[in-house]
Design a protein around this ligand. Structure first.
Ligand SMILES: Cc1cc2nc3c(=O)[nH]c(=O)nc-3n(C[C@H](O)[C@H](O)[C@H](O)COP(=O)(O)OP(=O)(O)OC[C@H]3O[C@@H](n4cnc5c(N)ncnc54)[C@H](O)[C@@H]3O)c2cc1C
Length: 458
């Protein structure tokens, strides 16, 4: 008998496991995949490791949003590398490039050089980045509010230019997501020197050293309710595990579908969660470069086809820190939003068995990404040794992310009470966590895991 069973070993599940085991609770994490980590897992091709859902993190320095909790989770000891203080993100719109500098004051002064007439707008923006009125931000539409305080459309596009780390949707995105998805990065931005698995391994090492357990290849098929409480988790391999509490890190609609019969989960609640929309997915081209050809760049480059970042047609080019200390990059990722409908022809297929036409589709898309990246890295195609790609189908099939969504349930400023979810369900010992509840990304998922664990321990 466990104190807490956690379904899913994504960041949310692992942070909960750490915080609960620290309080002396006996924790079991059940993961359906062969490898733990969810979006944070890394995969090997040849001698190289590639990440799936980690490029950079914001706010790790002392006094900043992630510092204390990462210290508690012992993640600060990992080899973090700070991105360039004078330009951690570069935004290329048209043929001009703009830079984001670290720290609110420097951020403002750097952009004021490009937009001298818009100093007041920049000041309002910096004030907004420090806003703490969460309820107001949840119910305020980001695009509407930002267009109001930043009348210059080019400046608005530039300030929104690093937002591939969220779904930049005009009619729904809440200011809360926009601010939390930008502010920590302005305070300080970091890359891991190594792969995302380092975070996963460290979190697993911590909670298992306190008596916790992780079992992979253990897909939970049913959570059995008896007398108004979940009593056991039934896995695909036939194993059954009992516990006092259960936490679901999988997508909320997946979690609720596991409770087949319940006196307490109201139909209206189930229907509400099932009907929520999900954010778009992502196409990723991961490039292995020939050695000694492309200098390492210690920033992210964001490129836009048109002048409007909010059209959702941006590209992010991110460089992996060379682990051998070389001045040259070996790995570059190019990301661009993709709706799963673009993969409709392969909806009923499985990983590695989707057919040649799918491979062709991915190759074409990768070539398109490379052509865009060449605006910033001329002749990039000549330096490529290997290309690995993923689409929303990849996330759908590996992480069970509905619609292959990159960031979980779509939040809507017009309906915060419907789209922002509580960790509580109708069943007193079943809780939710993960990116779909409140906020995605390492920052959002870690904060959410803290809220979830608070429901069980004080
Ligand atoms: C392409 C991409 C790039 C990103 N880049 C960044 C970045 O640079 N910085 C940043 O901060 N964030 C980034 N993110 C977001 C970040 O990776 C995610 O928000 C976060 O990792 C999500 O964690 P999670 O625990 O909510 O869910 P997940 O990682 O999705 O974990 C859920 C887990 O549950 C498991 N599961 C599902 N169903 C079951 C079941 N029935 N039984 C057992 N297990 C089950 C899944 O296999 C999975 O392991 C990125 C995301 C993507 C997709």
């Amino acid at each position: 008998m466990y104190d807490v069973i956690i379904i899913g070993s994504g960041l949310g599940g692992l942070v909960c496991a750490n915080l609960l085991s620290k309080k002396g609770l006996k924790v079991l994490v059940l993961e359906r995949q062969h490898q733990p980590g969810g979006c944070l897992q890394s995969y090997r091709r040849g001698t190289m490791m590639y990440d799936t859902g980690l490029h950079y993190v914001g706010g790790l320095a002392e006094g900043q949003p992630l510092h204390d909790i990462f210290k508690e989770l012992e993640l600060l000891s990992l080899p973090w590398q700070k991105l360039d203080a004078n330009g951690f993100d570069h935004i290329m719109i048209g043929d001009r490039e703009y830079r984001f500098a670290e720290g609110y004051e420097n951020f403002l002064e750097m952009l004021a050089k490009d937009f001298p007439e818009d100093r007041d707008s920049l000041q309002r923006y910096i004030q907004l980045m420090q806003c703490t009125d969460e309820v107001w931000m949840q119910q305020t539409n980001a695009y509407g509010y930002l267009s109001n305080i930043i009348p210059n459309p080019l400046l608005l596009s530039v300030l929104s230019g690093a937002c591939l780390k969220m779904e930049l949707k005009r009619d729904t995105l809440p200011l809360f997501t926009f601010v939390h998805g930008n502010a920590p990065f302005i305070q300080s931005s970091w890359r891991l020197k190594g792969d995302g698995n380092m975070i996963v391994r460290k979190l697993i090492e911590n909670f298992t050293s306190r008596g916790g357990e992780l079992i992979c290849d253990a897909e939970v098929l049913e959570l059995v309710e008896e007398y108004g409480l979940i009593k056991k988790a039934v896995c695909k391999n036939g194993r059954i595990y009992e516990s006092r509490y259960f936490i679901g890190d999988a997508h909320p609609s997946v979690m609720l579908s596991l409770v087949k019969e319940s006196l307490l989960l109201k139909k209206v609640y189930r229907r509400r969660i099932e009907n929520l929309e999900n954010t778009n997915g992502m196409f990723t081209a991961q490039l292995l470069l020939k050695p000694g050809e492309v200098p390492y760049f210690n920033f992210n480059e964001f490129l836009y086809d048109g002048l409007e970042a909010w059209d959702g047609r941006g590209y992010m080019v991110s460089c992996r820190v060379p682990e051998d200390g070389s001045a040259f990059a070996r790995q570059i990722d190019i990301l661009t939003p993709m709706n799963i409908s673009e993969c409709a022809a392969w909806t009923d297929t499985y990983p590695m068995r989707r057919g040649d036409d799918y491979l062709q589709f991915k190759t074409q898309k990768a070539q398109q990404c490379i052509a865009v990246a060449e605006r910033f890295l001329p002749k990039l195609h000549e330096y490529i040794q290997e290309i690995h790609t993923s689409t929303p189908l990849t996330y759908r099939d590996y992480n069970l992310s509905p619609d292959g969504s990159a960031y979980g349930i779509r939040k809507d400023a017009a309906a915060p009470l419907l789209t922002v979810l509580s960790p509580r369900t109708g069943i007193p010992n079943l809780f939710l966590t993960g990116q779909s509840l409140m906020l995605h990304g390492l920052h959002g998922v870690t904060m959410t895991a803290m809220y979830t664990t608070k429901e069980i321990i004080d």
